[in-house]
Design a protein around this ligand. Sequence first.
Ligand code: TRH
Length: 399
Amino acid sequence: MPPSSQHSPGLAGNESHPSNTASDIACDIFCEVIDNFGDIGVCWRLARQLKAEHGWQVRLFVDDLKAFHALCPAVDAALARQEAEGVIIEHWHAPTHAGDTLQIADVVIEAFGCELPAIYVTAMARRERKPVWLNLEYLSAEDWVADFHLRPSPHPRYAINKTFFFPGLGAGTGGVLKERALDTARETFQREAWWQERVGTAAPESATTVISLFAYENPAIDLLLEQWRDSAAPVVLLVPEGRISGAVARFFGLRGFAAGSKAQSGSITAYALGFVEQPLFDALLWASDINFVRGEDSFVRAQWAQKPFVWHIYPQADDAHLPKLDAALAHYANGLPDGARTSLERFWHAWNGVGTPDWSDFWGYREVLEQRAADWAQELARIGDLAGNLAEYAKSQLK
Ligand code: TRH
């Protein structure tokens, strides 16, 4: 076994040093892509933030560079090792591969319970100064999360602890990711220029409702498309190419709905958009009046966009996702007047397979929903951002 070592320049692995300054904290993030873009989406965002905002030396191990390439076109899926935005990226051949040379970081993040290579864990345990080992969990708004956040879990064989780091929407959790510059970027967003550049048309008039639609396949889409088509006010639908595109194409009697396509029926005009690199995704949410989002990362971005949104939660076996949906609603709908709250809950449920959507009832509450979206973003910001919370905790453990 080679001796473990830091991958930050100039620090030998078994050397013990009294304190870390931000720039000499080395961090390894391990990410296994289960499906779609959420796993790498969260890890890439976190990696960039730890590098750019905290000055950490970050190495990101990812087992699926194709999914990564979609979020960051600079990533070449054929390379074993590369660098993007100051982050070292290793193509991770799980489960045994741990980089060309075994280097153990000060902070090791295992994302979403992916298993670290055994050789890496052994080297962590041997390191004189034990790394801070974090299991970054999936986001859940459920109450129990605050009780489990930062709980240690001793390794069965080695004298080393893994600590659970739980994102969440409530006090006592790790919060969710938010870049320091995000609000300024949103406030200075150039709406008209965005429409010309991304959609190739002028921004719609204020009487038009602009809806972005990022979702999994969803049986409720047909009825909703009918309701939008028949609505009194015009609707513009922006559909990033993806899993729901087939259903949209069928509705319009098309064979596909690839980027650049446009379709029109009754009150709806729909545009298909290409998948853009991750930092450009937020602008779609800012350009729309209401956002349909999914999974984890886009769900979080919709909250920071301060626009009403509808969440298509990642479906799990035995409807295990439904209590999670309700837990998120309990935070997000808190403080809404009864009518709006019930309507929001009904609509989110219907979009997740429970009940039937009623667009005009739901959108009748537009104004209160807009106010709530702005208030909620302020409340959520009070928990602090996940990268900052994680960095602070890690540094407290490295002292
Ligand atoms: O893609 P998702 O459904 O991801 C996931 C995965 O299914 C994962 O396994 C599951 O555990 C998790 O959800 C809960 O949805 P998500 O999380 O919103 O990730 C999508 C990412 O894609 C997000 O970072 C935004 C990004 N994106 C772009 O970068 N460009 C685009 O054009 C679009 C539409 C999205």
